[in-house]
Design a protein around this ligand. Structure first.
Ligand code: URA
Length: 435
């Protein structure tokens, strides 16, 4: 078998065997197969697709290129949640403490900002002192003490995925259902978890903008998890407009703290608590999802989840007083309002454009080695469905740099659309798929 033969078979529309996929991935891991050969295979997969068996084999080989966490010393069920990436999506910050405070273990390995989407790790790093890379021994001890850890990908977690993703990012092969499925699950299923709740985003700010593609991705994820015997629930949730009000790292942490202290916008509350409810149910802490929802609501209302978040921050080296005084977080030198150019109803508040605007201000990165400004971003005062009058503020722009502000403004202008009549509301949760 040669790399050439494997690439040619996929190029011509054939189905690869698990031996062929293992051969290719081992060869790539040991640098016998080159980046340009891997790039050719990725493009062939992008164009020809993969069936469920191939996707499963690709996920397994990618996962097994590194270490799988060993959490056998921790009793009880381990569950996690993962999102395919959105704008203003800070749900992980609240879900980890909510679910941990309900008696489950949450080993949450999470990522950095990519493209127009934000990253949980960048958000957490806006908390002074927060350590996103605890040692493996520390991870186990944190999980035993507070039931949750939120950490970045280590070098030995699915290392081949990192190299493949870097190639996909520059060769227009990211938006492929089998490649995304294998990539995400290779990392999530290295966490030694019993159950996973996936939030597959759909809409302009999602990797998969149409409901058809998002549902295809959700179905592929369910199939692989089923083969792995990992309990799975996938929620397909809306990302046509950002979630909540805040976009940008410190602004989002502030919104997460407000949430845990009982103040939340409705859309953020509905998505966060639904995801938490499914995790509580998957982990066996409730008989039904509806009961899981009540348990999650109670964790927030009673203050238990806020207390747990404080402990997570403290034990990961962060300055816990941020929970009492979010003004400790970085803030931008300037705050300017973008105002409604006309009377009417907001019919669009485009997630992708607002994500790009927030990036233009410095909240995200174009390349993996770009630095992030934790203070900048947007705070949406009005969203789709709201009636506005000309001159009324639509959003706050938190900025530090004149040039960046000039780049962001046209994107914000383009993101908002105002019409005389309201648009038909989109559902927040489009579908729920279970394994
Ligand atoms: N996130 C990942 O980890 N991988 C992908 O392929 C897409 C999003």
């Amino acid at each position: 078998m040669t790399a050439f033969e494997v690439i040619r078979k996929k190029r011509d529309g054939g189905n690869l065997t698990s031996e062929e996929i293992a051969f290719f991935l081992h060869g790539y891991h040991s640098h016998q197969i080159t980046d340009y050969q891997m790039t050719a295979l990725l493009m062939a997969v992008f164009l020809r697709g993969m069936n469920a068996d191939e996707t499963f084999a690709l996920m397994r080989q990618t996962r097994d290129s590194g270490q799988v966490l060993d959490l056998s010393s921790i009793s009880g069920k381990k569950v996690d949640k993962h999102s395919t990436g959105g704008v203003g999506d800070k749900t992980s910050l609240m879900i980890a403490p909510i679910v941990a405070s309900c008696g489950l273990t949450v080993p949450m390995i999470t990522g950095r900002a990519l493209g127009h989407t934000g990253g949980t790790l960048d958000k957490l790093q806006s908390i002074p002192g927060f350590n996103p890379q605890p040692s493996p021994q520390k991870v186990v001890s944190l999980l035993k003490q507070v039931g949750a850890v939120i950490m970045g990908q280590t070098d030995d977690l699915a290392p081949v995925d990192r190299r493949m993703y870097a190639l996909r990012d520059v060769t227009a092969t990211v938006e492929s259902v089998p490649l995304i499925t294998a990539s995400i699950l290779s990392k999530k299923l290295a966490e030694d978890i019993d159950g996973l709740v996936m939030d597959v985003k759909t809409g302009s700010g999602a990797f998969m903008p149409t409901l058809k593609l998002s549902t295809e991705l959700a179905t592929a994820i369910v199939k692989v998890c089923r083969k792995m015997k990992t309990r799975i629930v996938v929620l397909v949730t809306d990302m046509e407009q950002p979630l909540g009000h805040a976009i940008g790292n410190a602004l989002e942490v502030r919104e997460a703290i407000d949430f845990l202290n009982g103040r939340s916008p409705k859309d953020l509350e509905d998505v966060t608590l639904s995801l938490a409810a499914h995790m509580i149910h998957l982990g066996g802490k409730s008989k039904t999802v509806a009961q899981g929802l009540k348990i999650a609501q109670d964790a927030v209302r009673s203050g238990r989840a806020a207390k747990r978040f404080r402990e997570i921050i403290r034990l990961q080296g962060g300055y816990e007083r941020v929970m009492d005084d979010p003004r400790i977080l970085a803030s931008a030198a300037h705050v300017q309002r973008y105002r409604a150019p006309a009377d009417g109803y907001i019919t669009r508040c485009d997630a992708k454009l607002l994500g790009l605007a927030s990036n233009a201000l410095g909240a995200g990165r174009h390349r993996m080695d770009d630095t992030i400004d934790p203070a900048v971003g947007l705070y949406l005062e009005r969203k789709v469905g709201d009636k506005v009058t000309k001159g009324e503020p639509l959003c706050q722009i938190h900025w530090n740099d004149d040039h960046r502000m000039r780049d962001a403004l046209p994107l914000i202008r383009q993101a908002y659309e105002i019409k005389p009549r309201p648009a038909k509301p989109r559902p927040l949760i489009h579908a729920v798929l279970t394994g």
